[in-house]
Ligand binder design. Structure first.
Ligand SMILES: [Zn+2]
Length: 86
């Protein structure tokens, strides 16, 4: 739940969407209170153009956590990822 809040806010920050009043502060506070989460990452595959906002230990959709970053499994390539700082 907390992670989902941070994830949706991070995705908005990345897209430069309008944020609700205090929304970024709430997400930043959740991260401060849960240092084990780390910052979310924008993960994207250049081949199939799939994208997700993932925490470092999460695999979702075609993306699987690898030693450094993520791999897009169907394409069998390393995905691009960008850390999102709140
Ligand atoms: Zn792909």
């Amino acid at each position: 739940m907390n992670r989902q809040t941070v994830r949706s806010t991070a995705a908005k920050v990345l897209r430069s969407d309008d944020l609700l009043q205090g929304e970024k502060a709430v997400a930043a506070a959740i991260l401060l209170a849960n240092p084990s989460f780390g910052n979310p990452h924008a993960v994207r595959c250049d081949w199939c153009h799939e994208s997700r906002t993932l925490f470092r230990d999460e695999s979702d959709g075609p993306f699987k956590v690898a030693e450094h970053g993520w791999v897009c499994e169907p394409c069998n390539v390393r995905a691009r990822n960008q850390e999102i700082k709140l």
